[in-house]
Design a protein around this ligand. Structure first.
Ligand SMILES: Cc1cc2nc3c(=O)[nH]c(=O)nc-3n(C[C@H](O)[C@H](O)[C@H](O)COP(=O)(O)OP(=O)(O)OC[C@H]3O[C@@H](n4cnc5c(N)ncnc54)[C@H](O)[C@@H]3O)c2cc1C
Length: 409
């Protein structure tokens, strides 16, 4: 059977799901194809279960640091989080239905520039196709996803191998839940992230303070978790018509167009990985399909790592530029709650923010305020004049802008 659509999307993670909703809201007839659970890695075994467990761990850690006793139960916490995830999945299905998106179960194969084959005899023909097949763990073994889905239960002494976001996050969560956690880092923590080393050192100190032990070699453990990175879930064998780069990512232009006309690729099958990036790419692809050519700009996408402290950044640290930094000690909201942290900022020769990083608590919301001042030479005037709620963490953006603004007078 052949079904005709304006757009056919493979994969319902943050890339595919958001593209489907945006196009459907724009009046397009959309098919969304998913081989497993709606929501992909992000909702089912990545960002969202991690976020749920992280908030519980963080609240407990924060109270313990101020002298209160808090007991946590991992199984109970995971059960709560998994129930919420089922509800989000059901809400997602409702939203798709409301916007008229056909959610189709099955694995898709791209057989030509406008046709996706599902199973033996279903053909989905689209004027536009978006591939959002996501990623999978690079190595075999127990992955962070196995812990977050409950497939493997954490126990006793746990060795986590890896130096990226998942290693930072899971080591904090499991340690706070009372497990004996060893972290084997290759090189240094967050070595593949374009961030300033000093922030990472502070984060390492805080991880150690919460009980995570850094080790140089593999140690005996009851459970060995490999958080050693991910690889794209599309390859030349399954998508022979597409062009890939040497690392296995689908090659795309700034509007997420592949080498095939009207075939787009978004999310983790294109570089860089991460759900914030997947959503930004999905926006760019669906807007291009709708005729608004808004390029995807990775340097404006904020990234947050939720660990013993939250660490967020936008842009790339560049040692050529002066680093303007401040601790959060003078921020009353931060200090009265026994928190610590710091802000780092770099400004390029045109006076625009080219790198911003912040270490502290609850920064994932605050960081969004900075993303729209990126690429704006009037950023300091903007942040300086803005009224802020008091007490709030964002007041700090006003302070750092004041310093910069007053120094420039
Ligand atoms: C433990 C963990 C924590 C994370 N935390 C964060 C975080 O806090 N913030 C953040 O920004 N990122 C985070 N990430 C990364 C984030 O999950 C991914 O970047 C994001 O899910 C990628 O989205 P995507 O749309 O590309 O694909 P995915 O979410 O991987 O979804 C792809 C979907 O496509 C389906 N699919 C693939 N091939 C086919 C096919 N041929 N036919 C039909 N369906 C197919 C798959 O079944 C899957 O459901 C985390 C990842 C992990 C593992």
């Amino acid at each position: 059977m052949i079904k005709l659509y304006d757009a056919v999307i493979i994969g319902s993670g943050p890339g595919g799901f958001n593209a489907a909703l945006m196009l459907a809201k724009g009046g397009f007839k959309v098919a969304l194809l998913e081989g497993e659970d709606l929501g992909g890695t992000c909702l089912n075994r990545g960002c969202i279960p991690k976020e749920g467990l992280y908030r519980i761990a963080k609240e407990a850690y924060s109270l313990r640091k101020r002298g209160f006793e808090v007991k946590l139960n991992f199984e109970k916490a995971l059960k709560y989080v998994r129930t919420r995830i089922s509800q989000i999945r059901a809400n997602g299905e409702f939203l798709l239905k409301r916007e008229g998106v056909d959610l189709i179960k099955g694995l898709g194969v791209l057989i030509d520039e406008e046709t996706v084959k599902v199973g033996k005899n279903l053909y989905l023909r689209g004027k536009h196709i978006i591939l959002a097949c996501g990623s999978k763990p690079k190595e075999k073994g127990v992955s962070p996803e196995d812990i977050l889905t409950g497939k493997i239960s954490p126990k006793g002494r746990i060795l986590i191998e890896g130096s990226g976001a998942s290693a930072c996050e899971l080591s904090f969560i499991l340690s706070t839940f009372g497990f004996d956690v060893y972290l084997k880092v290759e090189g240094r923590l967050l070595k593949d992230y374009p961030v300033d080393e000093e922030m990472v050192e502070k984060l390492e100190e805080e991880l150690e303070a919460c009980g995570v032990k850094f080790v140089d070699s593999l140690v005996e453990a009851d459970l060995h978790i490999k958080a050693t990175g991910r690889v794209p879930r599309a390859c030349k064998e399954s998508f022979p018509l597409l062009e890939f780069d040497h690392e296995g990512y689908v090659k795309v232009d700034e509007f997420m167009r592949t080498n095939l006309e009207e075939v787009y690729a978004v999310g983790d099958i294109t570089k860089p990985m991460g759900a914030s990036h997947a959503i930004a790419k999905a926006k760019s692809a669906s807007q291009s399909i709708m005729g608004f050519y808004i390029p995807y700009k990775p340097e404006f996408v904020p990234v947050v790592i939720c660990s013993a402290l939250e660490f967020g950044y936008i842009g790339c640290y560049d040692p050529r530029y002066r680093k303007i930094e401040k601790t959060l000690n003078a921020n009353t909201k931060s200090f009265v709650n026994g928190r610590k942290g710091r802000i780092t900022l770099q400004v390029d020769e045109e006076g625009k923010i080219c790198y911003f990083s912040i270490l502290g608590e609850d920064i994932s919301e605050a960081l969004n305020l900075i993303s729209f001042t990126m690429n704006n030479p009037l950023w300091d005037d903007y942040l300086f004049r803005m009224p802020y709620t008091h007490p709030s963490l964002c007041e700090y953006f006003g302070d750092i802008a004041t310093d910069y603004f007053v120094n420039a007078l």
